[in-house]
Structures are given as C-alpha cells and as structure tokens.
Design a protein around this ligand. Structure first.
Ligand code: ST9
Ligand code: ZN
Ligand code: ZN
Length: 332
C-alpha cells in the first residue's frame, strides 16, 4: 500500500497516514471525553439473556451428541464453521468494516450469504459497531468496551442496552459506502429470513437429505453447536485479545497478539497489529501463517474475484515496532 498517497488523508495516531473515506472511520480518535455526572444505568435485556442461555445449553447438548453423529455430519459442521467464519472475517470485517480490499459482485454475494450463516447482526450494523469500536476503543463509545471486564466484552454487551455514547458517536460515522453497497442493503432488508434459511435450515437439512442424518442431530450439531462456536470464537477477539498477549506494535493500546484467538478466529487474533494498522487486509505481517482468511482473500485475488489489497510496508511496521512496541516483536 502507498500509505502516503491519495487525497483523503486520515492522520492515524502516532503519525501514519492512510486514505479512503471508509478507512478514515476506523482510525482511533483520542479526543473522546466521558461525560461528567453519574453513569447511565445498565439496563438488562432479559429476552437476550434467555435466548443466549438456551443457545448455549443447546450447544452443550450438541457436544454430547457428537459420538452419535455420522463422520460426514461432523465434516459438514466444520465446513459450515469455516464458511460462516469467512462471512465475518473476510466479509463484515476486512471488506465491509475496513475496506482493506475490493471484491467483485459475485464475491460480495457469497460473503453476504456466508455472513447470514454466521447470524451476528446484518453487515451494516456489524460494520457500524465495528468502526465505532476502532474509533473509540476502550471508552464508553466502544460497544464492547473491554475496560468493563471480560464478561462484558465477550457477551455481556449483547445482553444490555447500549451506552448512549455508542449511539451518539456511531451516528456521526461516515457510512455512505455501506449504504451505497446494494449487496449490504439487500442483506439488511432480508436479514431475518436469510438467517432462518442459511444459519439454521440449510445446515440442518443438508445432512438429513443427502446422507440420512437424523434431523435431531443435524439441528444440534451443524446448526446450533456450530453457530455457538463461531459466536464465541468471534467474541474472544473482543475479550481475550483485548486482555491477554503481547503488544509488539503499540504498547499504548489494549489489543494484544493472542495465538489461541488467532487459531479459533481463522486469523483474527493478531489484534495489536490490527488496531495499529486497521487497513491492512491480512491483519498481520505474517502472511498465511495461522491466517486462513488471508489465504482465502489471496485465492479470491488469484481467481480475479478480489483486488487492491492494502498492505502495510515492512519498513513502516519495523519503524512502528521501534517507536511504540513493547519489545516482544519477532520477525517470523
Ligand atoms: C454478535 C455480534 O454476536 C458480534 C460482533 C463481534 C465483533 C467482533 C469484532 C472483532 C474483530 C473481528 C474478528 C472477527 C472474528 C470472527 C471469527 C469467526 C470464527 N451507531 O442495537 P439497538 C442506534 S450478534 C449508531 O437495538 P439497544 C440505531 O439507530 C449475535 N447508531 O440498541 C438503532 O436503530 P437501527 C446475535 C446505533 O436498544 C438504535 O440505536 N444477535 C449504533 O441499546 C437501537 O439499536 C444478538 O444477540 C451504532 N453503533 O439494544 C442481538 N448502535 O435499527 C443483539 C445502535 O436503525 N443485539 N444504534 O440500527 C441486541 O439485541 C441489541 O442491539 C442490544 C442493544 C440489546 C445489544
Ligand atoms: Zn478490537
Ligand atoms: Zn477491525
């Protein structure tokens, strides 16, 4: 990437500059000031508490059913895990939140389909929350502010009403690129039915129809258990990767490099690197290492379905490591 080219420069904290109206909105803004006076009350949404409890109980039951499932059903569950994970990592995250590469219409349609399989709110809502997370990281305007503890950053934020600052700051974000993307808006309009079909019915009916798996097992393993595992792998980026691990690129921010999260979230645990260089399509300086999502985007480029991957130069990474890293940087 040519970090200093282009007209719409955005000054990144500590001096880097990058371009493009979308990526401007993932730049950390250190001007946030918490309002004075008492904190707004935390309002629990009991419906979500109940649904998330039932989902996790269903997933535990799915684990218990594993020995009674066909091998093909387990392979299918793994396939659905990877597809839905890519819908989040390559789709909602690296393409739509950060605009770190460009995708053709067929690829965007596939990623929106995969994203509905992950059922993590529609792409528009996900990307809006994610931009506000980067811009106001670790403040009350961050939807999953890790300063409020592991549980809040992991799942708690989905069980309570949002802090008013999330909505206030989120409303000021530039989201015109998302509004202009017909695939994003189509998925938003048809979100509920797409989730019902792609996240639950397809994963359940394929094993039943194609190789005679029982509907019961097919519901609890490829549908519920797989969905719950993708959710928790994603949430670990917000919780564990904001708490545990090294900070080779910027010791002044909370996000960390966390190998376990990198593995479970198919390449999204290099989180100190990612918050330092949010516009890098690989979210890491190590290419394909532990990074299935980067392999996928590279494959899509090879097939002509994606292009214009943004990458931070090695010199810039090393300069940043010298300037703000915690001294733990390794080159491989
Ligand atoms: C889920 C999302 O799990 C997970 C996201 C994780 C992100 C991870 C990032 C990490 C990096 C990437 C790594 C990927 C790794 C993947 C690995 C895969 C293996 N700005 O929301 P409402 C406004 S979802 C501006 O109801 P409440 C807006 O006007 C799981 N405005 O707020 C909105 O209206 P509209 C399944 C905003 O009432 C209105 O407020 N889904 C913003 O406080 C009301 O919004 C669930 O569980 C903003 N940021 O309720 C559902 N936000 O409709 C959970 C809001 O026009 N959600 N507004 O947009 C809810 O039930 C509710 O949102 C709530 C808050 C109860 C949490
Ligand atoms: Zn983060
Ligand atoms: Zn991000």
């Amino acid at each position: 990437m040519t970090e200093t080219d282009g007209k719409n420069h955005a000054k990144h904290r500590n001096g880097e500059v990058h371009t493009d109206s979308a990526t401007v909105e993932d730049v950390f803004d250190d001007t946030y000031k918490a309002k004075e006076g008492p904190r707004p009350p935390t309002i629990i949404v009991w419906r979500n508490v109940m649904l998330m409890t039932l989902l996790h109980l269903g997933a535990l039951y799915g684990l218990y059913l594993i020995p009674s499932a066909c091998a093909l059903t387990l392979a299918w569950a793994l396939f659905c895990f990877v597809v839905s994970a890519l819908g989040v990592t390559a789709g909602a995250h690296r393409l739509w939140s950060h605009r770190s590469y460009k995708a053709t219409l067929p690829l965007r349609i596939f990623l929106a389909f995969a994203n509905s399989m992950a059922f993590q709110n529609d792409i528009y809502e996900w990307a809006r929350d994610h931009r506000v997370h980067h811009k106001y990281s670790e403040t009350d305007a961050d939807p999953h502010n890790a300063q409020r503890g592991f549980f809040f950053a992991h799942i708690g934020w989905l069980l309570v009403r949002k802090h008013p600052d999330v909505i206030e700051k989120g409303n000021k974000l530039e989201l015109s690129d998302l509004k202009a993307d017909k695939v994003v808006m189509f998925q938003r309009r048809h979100y509920k039915v797409s989730v019902l079909v792609i996240c639950f019915l397809v994963p359940m009916l394929v094993p039943w129809y194609l190789w005679g798996e029982s509907l019961w097992v097919a519901y609890f393993i490829p549908a519920l258990l797989r969905y719950t595992l993708v959710l928790n792998a994603t949430w670990l980026v917000n919780s564990a990767a904001h708490m545990w691990g090294n900070r080779p690129y910027d010791a002044n921010i909370n996000p960390r490099e966390n190998k376990f999260v990198t593995f479970s979230a198919i390449g999204e645990g290099f989180h100190n690197y990612h918050h330092t260089f949010p516009y890098d399509y690989a979210t890491s300086e190590f290419g394909w290492k532990l990074n299935l999502t980067t392999c996928f985007i590279d494959l899509m480029c090879y097939l002509g379905l994606a292009k214009e991957r943004k990458k931070v130069s090695r010199e810039l990474v090393l300069a940043r490591v010298q300037r703000t890293g915690d001294g733990s940087h390794r080159s491989g």
